[in-house]
Structure formats: C-alpha cells, structure tokens
Write a protein that binds this ligand. Structure first.
Ligand SMILES: [Zn+2]
Length: 345
C-alpha cells in the first residue's frame, strides 16, 4: 500500500512567528506543515489559520477530555494526575495533543495531599534525598516537565534545598519546572529557585515592580485569571489581573491557561479568560502568542471570519464588546487533515 499524498492547500492568512501572511500548507496524518516552495495547491481554505489553540493548564482527570476538540482546543498541558494513567493521554487520537507533568510534587503533608479531588497516586511527597528519583519517575511516564506545589496557605511547603534539588534534576534532564505558588513570598521563592513557569498568575499578593521586572526575564506565567470568580470580579481576580498587566508590560511572557477541572469552566475555549488577557493589555500579537501553539502540529485552528483587524475595527465601532479579539479567537474551530479537505474551495 502506498502512502497517500499529502493534501496541499493555500490559505488567506496564516499566523506564525507573530505575523500573518498568505501561505501554502500541506497536511496528512502525521501533521500540518508549510509546503515546499512551488508546491501546487489542490484547493483554497478561506479565512485565517493559526497553529492549534492551546490551554497550558488543565486537569484531564477531572473532566471529559474528549470534548476539547469540538470546544476549539487543539493542544493542552495536564498539570497533575496519576502518572500511570496520564501517560495514556499522550497518544489518544480523540484528544488534543497532550503534554503531562505527572504527579503533583509536594513536601510531606503538603497541598494537595489532603484534597478529595487528588486521588491516591496523583500526589508524590518528596524529600531532599529522593528529589532526583521523584523527577525521574515522572519523566519515565512521559512527562516533559514536573510540577512543584508551593501553597503555604494550605499546609507546609518545600524547604529551599528540596526545591532546588528538584529544579536541578529536572533541568539536567531537559525538563521544565512549573510551580503552583500561593501564599506570601511563594512566587518569589519559585523565581529564586530557577523555576521556569508559574501555573497561576500570582493572586494572593501584589508583587512589587522590581520583582516583576526581574521575573519577566526568565519566568513564564500561565494566566488562569477566570478561576478567581468565574466572571465575578473578586479581590483575587483584581490582584492577579494587576500582576499580569505589570508583568506583561515589563516583557514577561503570558500563556493562556484555565485550570480546567477546577470549578465551572467550559471544556474548550474560555472567552472570559481571553477577555481578561485583553483587559491585561496584551496586544493582538501577544494574545495570539499566548493562546496559539508556537508551531504547526497535528491540527490547526481555523476561522472563516476575516482577520483580527476586522475584529478590532468592529470593536472600535462598538459592534463587539471590548473582547473583540477574544470573540474572534473563540470563533475558531480545530481541523485535522480530513476536516481541512472538506472545507477546501
Ligand atoms: Zn490546576
């Protein structure tokens, strides 16, 4: 049996590397790529294409993950589950592209070891002497990063030596470290320990500008703004929004993430999360970079709606609420190579 030829098609507009341009793409079961120069398209896909929209903070074990693709999300990062179960998500064709961190790494008796939603096996208590082993266990199950829990409002937290030992081992194995930080000083501790990302924009305290400026060079923040009130403007929401706005103004990188599985959130694109990022003054390009994967993968996100310029000008005329960009991104749907073929003109 011969391998089927890839589908070659042109698009009005492809967003990649912070720019939109006309492009010719090719798609097959292995994924979607830029076509070679001179390739002849078989058809045209009108509208705009982005690398698949991505939610980098979800909990697949707490929701029905088969709803993601129809909900407009093409890629996710699971931020904590039983590693022996989580590894099965990596190659499931009914799911978005999945990355995992394995179990929640915490100190003895630390959060979330006492939580009902965290089943046995999803929490790995770590001491300084087995920090390297704990990291290696997660990577052996296919994790590409690990997650450390630093929640001083809900129990004890790692001492600096253990935290450092986890980070050192992860980095030596080419894995990133994301931290849940909650409680006074915990975000600063994560930063000092060379953690790569915060799983939530800090919400329990206002971070001062000198710390934010320093963090902006090395840390990525996952937004998760909407979990603070689900549309109600709570104090935590306002604090997190203010921190995000200033962190981003200093050049800090924000990624769209919702903490899906935590409270009443849609399994798919959350327009309130996107609108909060618009409110945090992310530019059009920064917003697209926050929510679209950095490169083309197995699926694309596509909308027939004209480019976001249109969404912006509509917004300025008042037809679309201040979240015009949010609505535009929410109008995208996830397509694989079969679905692209059906939409070609
Ligand atoms: Zn979470």
């Amino acid at each position: 049996m011969s391998t089927p030829e890839p589908l070659i098609f042109s698009v009005d507009e492809l967003w990649l590397d912070g720019q939109a341009r006309r492009a010719v793409l090719e798609a097959d079961a292995s994924g979607i790529r830029l076509a070679d120069d001179g390739a002849t398209p078989e058809g045209h896909l009108a509208g705009t294409v982005l690398p698949g929209l991505r939610d980098v903070h979800v909990h697949l074990g707490l929701i029905d993950p088969t709803e993601f693709l129809a909900g407009g999300i093409a890629a996710v990062a699971d931020f904590g589950w039983i590693p022996e179960q989580a590894r099965a998500w990596l190659d499931d064709p009914n799911l978005p592209e999945v990355r995992i961190v394995g179990a929640f790494l915490t100190c003895r008796g630390g959060y979330p070891s006492d939580r009902e939603w965290a089943p046995p096996g999803s929490v790995r208590e770590v001491t300084v002497t087995d920090a390297a082993a704990a990291v290696d266990e997660q990577l052996a199950h296919g994790a590409t990063g690990v997650k450390v829990m630093l929640n001083s409002t809900a129990g004890p937290v790692f001492d600096d030596a253990t935290l450092r030992a986890i980070v050192t081992r992860a980095h030596s194995r080419g894995a990133k470290v994301v931290a849940h930080t909650e409680g006074a000083g915990q975000a600063a501790r994560a930063f000092t320990a060379d953690v790569d990302a915060l799983a939530h924009a800090p919400f329990t305290e206002r971070l001062d500008d000198s710390l934010l400026r320093a963090m902006a060079h090395t840390l990525t923040w996952v937004s998760t703004l909407d979990i603070h009130g689900y549309g109600e403007r709570t104090e935590d929401f306002e604090r997190a929004l203010d921190n995000v706005r200033r962190f981003h103004a200093y050049g800090g990188v924000i990624r769209y993430g919702t903490d899906l599985g935590n409270g009443p959130l849609p399994v798919g694109i959350n327009t309130r999360e996107l609108a909060a990022l618009v409110e945090a003054k992310l530019s059009t390009v920064a917003l697209i970079n926050a929510v679209a994967a950095p490169e083309l993968g197995r699926r694309i996100s596509h909308t027939f709606e004209p480019r976001c310029e249109g969404a912006r000008s509509q917004s300025s005329r008042g037809h679309v609420a201040p979240g015009g960009m949010a609505q535009w991104l929410a109008s995208t749907s996830v397509l694989d190579h079969h679905q692209i073929r059906e939409k070609l003109q």
